[in-house]
Write a protein that binds this ligand. Sequence first.
Ligand code: SAJ
Length: 424
Amino acid sequence: MKKICVIGLGYIGLPTSVIFAKHGFQVHGVDVNEIVVKKIANKELYIEEPGLQEALEEAIDSGHFTVSTKPETADVFIVAVPSPITKDKKANLDFVRQATKDITPYVRKGNLVILESTVPPRTVEDVMLPILKESGLEIGEELYVAHSPERVIPGKILTELIKNNRIVGGINRVSGELTKELYSSFVKGEIHITDATTAEMVKVMENTYRDLNIAFANELAKLSLKAGVNIWEAIQLANNHPRVNIHYPGPGVGGHCIAVDPWFLADLDPENARMIALARETNDQMPQFTVDRIKTIMKEHKLASPKLALLGLSFKGNVDDMRESPSLSVMELLNKEGIEYRIFDPYIKEQRVPHQTMSLEDTVLGSDIIVVLTDHKYFKEIDPKTLKNWINSPIIYDTRNCINEETWEKAGFSFYRLGDAKTR
Ligand code: SAJ
């Protein structure tokens, strides 16, 4: 049985490990965080992801998945560690560097090393290979290396890992082919082979495309207020065109990918990456736009010191992931303005931020404006009639176009929607 050592047991490393364990491999998972390792060994999850609990239990019980804080010798090494950005928007490759250093003493002739983390183009060639050379093995001849970025979306990780097409970039042909063969054990989508740097470039381009398109939608949302239209209706109609696919506006772009990866690309050549940086800034500015709109609503209703009820902490609907969430920026801006609020998210089950309550009732009780920041299904299903008994004044501002205007207006609410001039 082939053995795989996976470094980093987070959102990608853990699901990848259990899937390989299910498909005939012996998997050893490594994480520097002892708490994470203990939890996983006890079959406890620290992230919420549909189907992952059952898959983890099965993997551990089968004996095909072990975990510890130290790597072991194996046939294949998969690096799936974080690649964040620094405060000045540069790639922080410390984890990738450290993980590569950690596995170097364990690599043997004939092994394959795969980087899964999303990274700036040239990371495999310029950061990983010089470290792996220290093993004394001939790179490309005795040690094969590839980049195989994941493309899964939180909330659907287990199905997308199997279903999605994959790009596999080898430092040479053999490395690419060995990687394709490995992932073919469970991937049902197509696997395309290219070189490592092209694979790195493709991955960051995909997320940058989305960021640019969302920035365009956010810009349109602002313009729509001047034009006097509902941008959601306009986008839906424009998307009827067979070659148009405009994304949607919102209170900002969160998550660990789309809000981060464009900087990897911009960093390559800041002078020429003008649209990319502008899109990032446009999207980063949306929490401020959201707070400005709240202030306008306050003025319209003569609410000098209102209590806000913020709904949603996750960066997008139906997941528990708060990374880079626009809600956090909105909260920070409200703090600066001295505007009072409470916040509730049905997916965040522990106290993670100040002013967070554990129930909808506790957040909306005595509030003057309800602000929907995340499009959780839970919020779409709220019955406004029940809320009316708890609130102070019936006003709702929907930043995600996920609340039914008619139902809420019938219940007597003043309804506002981001990017919709028709809701006053
Ligand atoms: N958003 C908008 N408007 C839209 C679409 C999204 O404001 O029209 C916001 C969301 O609310 C959220 C953020 O953008 O705050 C990003 O959400 P997302 O669902 O678009 O993306 P992620 O970050 O969850 O996952 C992305 C995916 N990339 C693409 O769709 C190109 C996923 O396939 C990648 O695997 C993942 O990044 C990654 O790991 O890079």
